[in-house]
Ligand binder design. Structure first.
Ligand code: COA
Length: 316
């Protein structure tokens, strides 16, 4: 379990932004194309509606521009763009190249595919880049899963949707916000959640659910140990928004009250790489960090990946 050296140069967020698919799709609307109902979807998943529409580059450019405006910085001062996505617009080039141009950045740009853990993977990599000399990094998590679901499949279509969340990190004089981190993957489980190139998502929902709770808890515990904190120290949890019952079971096993968890799944559905930044920075997550709060970000996804990070909010 890697620990952050006390000499490492730190970073903090200086701007953020979010965007959602252009059109709201209600649970009732889904009943036209599959055998489902609003009550089942709300009770079994926590989802009331979702937003769909737009390309990965379009949604990323909107959230990235909002983050730039908030930070009030010259786009040319960004040293790298990391776009976490499972749904690139093209196989080649990386969608980050399109977004880099649209935002007027002049820096390296690359995509990270770690499914729903992607934003936290990107965040960890961004802190690493700042540790080796970068001043400012933009990390975006965006997915347009509506483009790769079968809209007649009730096992998957009610769950997935489109969204984006962006953050800009800047180097700090002190040790910065990141106290501990963990990234994991177990490729032996890839058959329980996958999409072939050009095809739709296939999922063994029960098996994903079972493993998800376990690997979220495991990853969170590794990050907390690396950071030297315990569950009592955690002020806020920003979990991946896949199913309200997964979040509740993971919080329960960690011994963290659900009141501390930011929940946006009722409005957004599962937006994969965008899920954590939407719950952290978006309008729907009702729990927002204050200066000095210890924040746990924790996600899991296809791969099966897991990732977590412990942040001290607004640390210098
Ligand atoms: N609408 C109505 N009924 C549905 C339904 C739907 N969309 N989907 C399944 N059902 C029915 C089933 O046919 C079954 O009926 P039966 O009891 O008559 O056989 C019943 O509901 C229960 O099905 P089950 O598969 O046991 O539901 P579940 O409680 O496991 O919930 C998921 C299904 C997919 C919501 C849940 O397993 C889940 O969230 N898994 C994790 C998925 C995930 O997080 N993926 C992304 C990872 S990043």
């Amino acid at each position: 379990m890697p620990q952050i050296p006390s000499s490492a140069r730190g970073a903090r967020f200086i701007g953020w932004g979010t965007s959602l698919g252009h059109r709201v799709v209600t649970n009732d609307e889904l009943t036209a194309s599959m055998d489902t109902n609003d009550e089942w979807i709300r009770e079994r998943t926590g989802i009331h509606r979702r937003h769909v529409g737009g390309s990965t580059a379009e949604l990323s450019t909107i959230s990235g521009q909002i983050a730039l405006d908030m930070a009030g910085i010259d786009p040319k001062s960004i040293d790298a763009l990391i776009l976490a996505t499972t749904t690139p617009d093209r196989t080649v080039p990386a969608t980050s190249a399109t977004v880099q141009n649209a935002l007027g950045l002049a820096c390296g740009a690359f995509d990270v595919n770690a499914a729903c853990s992607g934003f936290v993977y990107g965040l960890v990599v961004a802190h690493g880049l700042i540790g080796v000399g970068a001043e400012r990094i933009m990390v975006i998590g965006t997915d347009t899963l509506s483009r790769i679901v079968d809209w007649t499949d009730r096992n998957t279509a009610p769950l997935f949707a489109d969204g984006s969340g962006a953050a800009i990190l800047e180097s700090t004089k002190g040790s910065g916000q990141l106290l501990g981190w963990d990234i994991d993957a177990d490729g032996s489980a890839e058959e329980i959640l996958y999409a072939e190139v050009g095809s739709t998502i296939q999922m063994n929902g029960k098996e994903v659910f079972r493993r998800a709770v376990r690997i979220m808890v495991d990853s969170a515990q590794k990050s907390m140990a690396a950071a030297g904190v315990t569950t009592e120290d955690i002020s806020i949890v920003i979990p991946h928004q896949a199913n309200i019952r997964i979040i509740s079971a993971a919080c329960d096993r960690l011994g963290i009250s659900m009141d501390k968890a930011s929940i946006s799944i009722h409005e957004t559905g599962n937006t994969s790489s965008a899920s954590i930044p939407l719950a952290l920075f978006g309008d729907f997550g009702q729990v927002k960090p204050k200066d000095g709060d210890i924040v746990l970000l924790v996600g899991f996804g296809a791969g099966m990946t897991a990732a977590s990070a412990i942040l001290r909010w607004n640390a210098q």
